[in-house]
Design a protein around this ligand. Structure first.
Ligand SMILES: NC(=O)c1ccc[n+]([C@@H]2O[C@H](COP(=O)([O-])OP(=O)(O)OC[C@H]3O[C@@H](n4cnc5c(N)ncnc54)[C@H](O)[C@@H]3O)[C@@H](O)[C@H]2O)c1
Length: 254
């Protein structure tokens, strides 16, 4: 399938996990991609794979901390210039931290909000003029099953993901008449840097966490599973989908 030929895409969190898998998938389907991440080594790994698969001439990488307002301004403007416009923004960058809520410090809370929620807002705000100029712009944001279902020890993370869902609904409505679509993916149990190191409290009650096991398969799905759904949502195949979440959790929550 070549659903993204001629489409111009900006992807955050592209140095690992789902953002990286989405970069590969959209490049493979013909997109021109600017891939950003705070982790330079991760971006290098993403570019090396693109070189091996012969798509690297359509890939530009740049180091960016999505929670830094001035850097976001500069890098989004540079991406729009490099691509000659913008059709799709994929806000995959995010962090997970876990703790007992009664032990959660303000700095811990503020860090999660700043990266996940404020970072998604800043990227979207700066990209919106170019996405609206496209006439068929798409924003794909990252919620989580934790936004709608109980995930113990992840209250702060879950709150940021719930905020991202609400933000996405609001912009989907606000800009629908200008052809913009905004959707969330809500993954659960995807094998990535994040789930390999969730930082659970040492005394976590695993009988609570056992409820997060998927009904399908033996455990985690690969990040390419989510990338395939994002490709559908951001392409013409998703043209009638906006202001909603697509849950990708192997039936954990039915
Ligand atoms: N893996 C899962 O099961 C799962 C479940 C629900 C939601 N998610 C969401 O999926 C998205 C992708 O996560 P993943 O699972 O691929 O994890 P990951 O840790 O493999 O990838 C996240 C990427 O975001 C980057 N990042 C972190 N902070 C950043 C910042 N300030 N600026 C720019 N980049 C930054 C990291 O460097 C990393 O490359 C996240 O938003 C996450 O919350 C993942």
């Amino acid at each position: 399938m070549q659903r993204f030929t001629g489409r111009r895409v900006l992807i955050t969190g592209a140095g690992s996990g789902i953002g990286r898998a989405t970069t590969y998938r959209l490049l493979a389907e013909g997109a021109a991609v600017v891939a950003v991440d705070v982790n330079e080594a991760g971006l290098r790994g993403t570019a090396e794979h693109a070189a091996d698969s012969g798509t690297v001439e359509r890939l530009t990488t740049a180091v960016l901390d999505i929670s830094d307002e001035q850097s976001v301004r500069t890098q989004v403007a540079a991406a729009v210039q490099a691509l000659g416009g913008l059709d799709v923004l994929v806000n995959a960058a995010g962090i997970l931290r876990s703790s007992h809520t009664h032990e959660t410090g303000l700095e811990f809370w503020n860090t999660l909000v700043k990266v996940n929620l404020t970072g998604t807002f800043l990227m979207t705000r700066e990209a919106l003029p170019a996405l609206l100029a496209s006439g068929s712009g798409v924003v794909v944001n990252f919620s989580s099953t934790s936004a709608s279902f109980a995930h113990p020890y992840m209250a702060a993370y879950a709150a940021t993901k719930g905020g991202i869902q609400s933000f996405t609904h609001a912009i989907a409505q606000e800009y629908s008449k200008q052809g913009l679509r905004a959707v969330c993916v809500a993954p659960g149990s995807i094998d990535s840097g994040m789930t390999n190191n969730p930082g659970l409290p040492a005394d976590a009650d695993f009988s609570l966490l056992a409820k997060l096991a998927p009904a399908l398969g033996a455990g985690f799905a690969g990040p390419e599973t989510v990338a395939g759904v994002i490709a559908m949502l951001a392409s013409e195949d998703g043209a009638f989908i906006t202001g909603t979440e697509i849950r990708i959790d192997g039936g954990t929550h039915m």
